[in-house]
Ligand binder design. Structure first.
Ligand code: FE2
Length: 259
């Protein structure tokens, strides 16, 4: 049939700088028999199944993923109205603008993570939109209904105890990072040199460009909390930690980053 998509076509292997072959998927995520993704959590084999992979042509790599829960499932800690605007309007805008800026950027066909890293300091528009696309894909998965609290998976609890001084100190430092981020940005828990660390970044930045692997992030742009908490950012951050964090997804990213 003329114009029909070929099914079962083998992906074209490309050679990386170090001579290893990789298979960029149509979504911009990595896939292959052996995971060669620079960050395994961006490999299609390691990305949790609860959230469908973005689909789309490799030169139009960004697509808005579906939320992994209903709009009203995080209420009262995050309202359906907030999620509708945040996901459907704000994240969609990063996807749309990112796709426009990706055209002719010279970075088409790379994984999302590589686009974020390689556009940093060189292509501010693309970096901002690709960075926010990356951050939000994970942000939706970093939350769940009846999440949060101090019941961490054992392996993660041990790392929090040894690297961050325990759960209570983690919570205080994480909330403080989000509270003191001046203007828009994110607070993070990431793995750097094999250890957990807490940090904050402005705008669409993430620990990716600081040599670390993010495993948990909270959006402190006003669009993330103003409908529900007005200007009370610390209350939003407390609710995020106490009632929303999906520790299972944090553990998955921790294990991927620790390999
Ligand atoms: Fe956001």
């Amino acid at each position: 049939m003329k114009g029909a998509r070929k099914i079962g076509r083998k992906p074209t292997a490309r050679k990386s700088k170090n001579g290893r072959h990789f298979f960029p998927s149509r979504s911009g995520f990595w896939k292959g028999k052996g995971c060669l993704a620079p960050q395994p959590h961006l490999c299609s084999r390691h990305l949790p199944n609860r959230n469908p992979l973005p689909k789309g042509d490799i030169t139009m790599a960004f697509e808005l993923p579906a939320l992994p829960y209903a709009y009203d499932s995080l209420s009262p800690f995050m309202s359906a109205e907030t999620l509708e605007f945040h996901h459907d309007k704000h994240h969609q805008a990063y996807v749309t603008n990112g796709n426009n800026l990706l055209k002719d950027s010279g970075l088409e066909g790379l994984s999302l993570e590589e686009i974020v890293k390689q556009s940093h300091g060189k292509n501010a528009g693309l970096f901002n939109n690709a960075g926010q696309h990356y951050n939000h894909i994970h942000f939706w998965n970093w939350m769940k209904k009846d999440g949060g609290g101090n019941k961490l998976p054992g392996k993660l609890q041990a790392a929090v105890d040894s690297d961050l001084g325990g759960y209570d100190k983690f919570k205080a430092d994480f909330v403080a990072a989000g509270t003191t981020q001046f203007g828009s940005g994110w607070a993070w828990l990431s793995v750097k040199d094999g250890k957990l660390e807490i940090s904050k970044t402005p705008n669409g930045e993430s620990p990716l460009i600081h040599g670390a692997s993010p495993i948990l992030g909270v959006d402190v742009w006003e669009h993330s909390y103003y409908i529900d908490y007005r200007n009370a950012r610390p209350k939003y951050l407390e609710a995020f930690v106490d009632s929303l964090i999906n520790w299972d997804y944090v553990l998955e990213m921790y294990e991927a980053a620790s390999k």
